[in-house]
Design a protein around this ligand. Structure first.
Ligand SMILES: Cc1cc2nc3c(=O)[nH]c(=O)nc-3n(C[C@H](O)[C@H](O)[C@H](O)COP(=O)(O)O)c2cc1C
Length: 429
């Protein structure tokens, strides 16, 4: 039987997905995901971006593979690689299709899908089409960790780097090494900056754009007292005049796709709400909100009602962050099946504890393969057992394994002892 291989785009916006109605041929009037055949020299991502430009005059970001569907039509066998995508910009024009709709989760069955596309709908219902980000965690999620997770587990749309900052008047070199595009090649990465005003922000953007980045996240949530006192992180929420300078800097850089990660305030929620009109002015792909106050640091519970209040006044798509996966039964964000205006979630400590969380893989397999990579990198690039062990300890610190086993690993002061302890832990999983 003839074989045809195609790529399809599941474009998401504010919890809805984009469906198109075919305007020609045997399957005229049936609904499908836009896309088409790959050309010989194209990657699937390149093919998708080209197809969407041709069919819809739109630009998309290709986030991650959702599924590959195999389907026998009467005349041919179809292999369809379906990617979750984000629309960049507002332009969208139907060049080939006769109609299109943005479907909410409850409307997925309301159109007549092509048989192969029905499989995609089932996937969307099972796994959801939500945007999932790995939160930045300074000291834990460096480029080596992010790559290990991406290659051994996956399931994450974007990995955020810990913030890049200015210290003693210079952009920190160590942090720029972590955002070096070569180190992050093939891993969907968003570099993050922390800045107190327009000037610092501009210099950090220059440094990252100089490395080739066209996607930057701004930290408005770091609660560390030193940063807050200097007016950075959640401290920036108390300085609308500086936020305004940053808005103007963003407007000067239309080539960059920006996002913001914020707390609900430093001392009080109205600080966050007061700067919302300025954040609304920013050209952003989304706002991630961790609904705690900066002064709470990580204490107390993340306030989901506060998140709702911000959702009411934020004109950008929103991403929820805070305590997901930290309890055995994570509280649901909305009732299952109900449409949600949420773009997605960002997960930090929950993923450090259970990096296998978003996959069907077993903990043992994930821990072994991620650790192998992180271990190899540490041994090849760091000097002396104590430096190597310090790096490796960070991998185990949050990991969800019995306390006794974790202690045995942390106690090891030489590499041979460490390896023994790790082997015993992995055997026992
Ligand atoms: C040790 C540590 C380091 C962090 N470093 C960063 C950082 O560099 N940038 C940032 O935006 N947030 C940072 N955060 C905050 C997390 O990204 C996240 O917002 C927070 O942990 C809440 O999400 P979670 O409950 O899913 O972990 C850090 C948090 C911790 C615990």
């Amino acid at each position: 039987m003839k074989e045809i291989e195609v790529v399809a785009a599941v474009i998401r916006r504010e919890g809805r997905i984009f469906a198109t109605q075919r305007g020609y041929g045997e399957w005229k009037d049936w609904w499908e995901f836009p896309g088409g055949k790959m050309e010989a020299d194209e990657t699937p991502e390149e093919a998708l971006r080209r197809e969407i430009r041709e069919e819809l005059s739109a630009e998309i970001g290709v986030d991650r593979l959702l599924c590959t569907v195999e389907w026998d039509y009467t005349a041919f066998h179809l292999t369809m690689h379906c990617y979750l995508c984000t629309l960049l910009g507002d332009s969208l024009h139907l060049n080939e299709h006769e109609a299109a709709r943005w479907l909410s989760p409850t409307e997925l069955d309301s159109v007549r899908w092509l048989p192969a596309d029905v499989q995609v709908i089932e996937q969307l219902k099972n796994k959801g089409g939500m945007y999932i980000a790995f939160a930045p965690l300074q000291g834990y999620t460096d480029a080596v960790y992010r790559r290990a997770h991406h290659e051994c587990v996956g399931g994450v749309d974007e990995y955020y780097t810990p913030f890049v900052r200015i210290e003693h008047g210079e952009v920190r070199r160590k942090e720029l090494r972590d955002t070096d595009p070569e180190r992050n090649a093939g891993v969907p990465t968003v570099p993050q900056v922390i800045a107190k005003d327009g000037d610092e922000f501009a210099r950090l953007c220059d440094a990252l754009q100089g490395q080739g980045w066209r996607r930057i996240d701004l930290n408005m949530g770091c609660p560390f007292p030193m940063q807050v006192k200097a007016g950075r992180g959640s401290g920036l929420l108390q300085h609308p005049e500086h936020v305004e300078e940053i808005v103007r800097e963003m407007e000067r850089r239309p080539e960059v796709v920006f996002s913001v990660k914020m707390r609900s305030g430093q001392e009080r929620e109205d600080e966050g709400l007061t700067v919302m009109p300025l954040i609304n002015e920013m050209p952003l792909v989304h706002v991630t909100l961790h609904p705690r106050l900066g002064r709470q640091q990580y204490k107390g519970v993340a306030d989901r009602e506060a998140f709702q209040r911000f959702m009411e006044v934020c004109r950008h798509p929103m991403v929820y962050n805070g305590d997901i996966g930290l309890t055995p039964h994570p509280p649901l964000l909305g009732r299952e099946g109900e449409p949600t205006p949420l773009k997605g979630v960002m997960i930090g400590r929950g993923l450090l504890a259970r990096p296998w969380m978003l996959s069907d893989k077993e903990p043992q397999e994930v821990i072994t393969s991620m650790h192998d990579r992180i271990y190899r990198h540490a041994v090849e690039n760091l000097c002396g057992d104590s430096q190597i062990l310090a790096r490796l300890h960070a991998f185990w610190e949050y990991l969800d394994i019995p306390h006794k086993q974790q202690k045995a690993i942390m106690k090891a002061t030489t590499l041979p002892h460490y390896r023994e302890a790790v082997a015993a832990v992995i055997r026992g999983l």
